[in-house]
Design a protein around this ligand. Structure first.
Ligand code: APR
Ligand code: PHB
Length: 391
């Protein structure tokens, strides 16, 4: 098998890259180790930055998002029983975000790819990426019980945190920067309308809570829990009781409860692999970087990477210049580190570390109070949340 761009992984990074390349007339093949049903049903975050919304529209992949997505012009911060709304368009010159689940983005991109794109092979597991430093890198993979080779001009590892593509970067040029947090998120989906019309991020002495949504009838909510917690240890009633406590306010706000349909724990880590390119092998999305979910940057960063890469490949084809391709890793890492910083700031401002002291608590409250009272601090949060422009 031969193609111009071999893409490993059919998460948002791989699927969107295939779509952008298809639209530009560059052929690709996507290899995905799991089956279609699995990829279309895993639960992930659901906030699309303004830039991501714009890219999906330009790529012709936004028809259902524009019908079913819910535009949000702000978030609420809750602390000390107080509520403070951050108004995104007012602070950022008109930028906002869209609530539309990552699984839905993937479903839409898969349907487009199967209808009119290049090959997308499910249950095709990449075993190794070879020849990164040669003009014809290739992917060895297993599909339907047979080993095969995908010969490419370029290989892109969009194979997530556990993928194989990263191994194509030799150990003596790789650098890894990481931080694990001593807590995770217990997340639920519930068949009950959201209790607030925007997302609520709550800092509480008992730990962080987030109230989100998937649709006008489905609530998504999270609780900070100790690392290693088993979701089965929490009954539905205990989860609602804890959300109630952490989201408490001095006014008459109430939390609506309903049947819980899914429950799981997500670990929290920050992780960056540098560089994001070696020879003709490129890394994009979770294959190169992980952010903790506070601020919902994961999907949006993956989108940024593949937009930068697609533009670089188009420029090379159209002008013969590989300047953008050469700059790929540096261009992406600059954006990645801004998102790492933002996610770290949000995480440490809102979560209670197991060894937190009274001093730490007071500093967190002062940071929140600063956002609630100083327009410069509030603008910084709004700009980070709605996302930095793509280049
Ligand atoms: N061969 C083929 N496919 C693989 C292999 C392999 N060896 N290893 C992993 N994959 C697939 C996974 O099954 C998955 O479908 O690569 C895909 C990677 O997708 P994601 O994990 O969704 O990563 P990415 O596309 O970079 O999207 C980033 O996803 O993890 C979330 O929070 C993260 O929102 C962010 C977004
Ligand atoms: C979600 O709805 O899953 C979600 C929203 C905001 C976040 C993280 C996750 O910061």
């Amino acid at each position: 098998m031969r193609t111009t761009v071999g893409i490993i992984g059919a998460g948002p990074a791989g699927l969107l890259l295939a779509r952008l390349l298809h639209n530009a007339g560059i052929d690709s093949v996507v290899l995905e180790s799991r089956d279609r049903d699995y990829v279309e049903h895993r639960q992930r975050a659901g906030i699309l930055e303004q830039g991501t919304v714009d890219v999906l529209r330009e790529a012709g992949a936004a028809a259902r998002m524009d019908r079913e997505g819910i535009g949000h012009d702000g978030i609420e911060l809750r602390f000390d029983r107080r509520r403070h709304r951050v108004d995104f368009p007012a602070l950022t010159g008109g930028r906002s975000v869209m609530v539309y689940a990552q699984t839905e983005v993937c479903k839409d991109l898969i349907a487009l790819q199967l209808a009119a794109g290049g090959p997308l092979l499910f249950e095709a597991e990449a075993l190794a990426v070879e020849g990164a430093e040669t003009p014809s890198p290739h992917v060895r993979f297993r599909h339907q019980g047979r080993e095969d080779v995908l010969e490419c001009d370029y290989v892109v590892g969009c194979d997530g945190f556990w993928g194989v593509a990263r191994k194509a970067v030799p150990a003596d040029v790789s650098r890894v920067f990481e931080r694990t947090y001593p807590f995770g998120w217990l997340g639920i989906l519930a068949d009950v309308p959201p209790s607030h019309d925007e997302l609520v991020y709550a800092r509480h002495d008992r730990g962080f809570a987030l109230l989100s949504m998937r649709s006008p009838t489905v609530t998504r909510a999270y609780l900070q829990v100790p690392a290693g917690t088993d979701a089965a240890d929490w009954s539905d009633e205990e989860i609602w009781d804890e959300l109630d406590r952490r989201l408490e306010t001095d006014d008459a706000w109430t939390l609506k409860r309903g049947p819980v349909t899914a429950k799981s724990v997500t670990p929290m880590r920050s992780h960056v692999h540098e560089p994001m390119r070696h020879g003709r092998v490129f890394l994009a999305g979770d294959a190169a970087h992980i952010v903790p979910p506070t601020g919902a940057k994961g999907l949006n960063l993956a989108v940024g990477d593949v937009v930068t890469l697609a533009r670089a490949l188009v420029e090379l084809r159209d002008t013969g210049s590989d300047a953008r391709l050469e700059a790929y890793s540096a261009t992406c890492l600059r954006r990645v580190w801004q998102a790492e910083r933002f996610s770290y700031d949000m995480t440490t401002m809102l979560h209670r570390a197991p060894d937190a002291t009274g001093f730490d608590d007071r500093v967190q409250l002062a940071r929140l109070d600063r956002i609630a009272t100083a327009r410069s601090a509030e603008t910084d949060l709004a700009e980070g949340y709605t996302g930095f422009p793509l280049d």
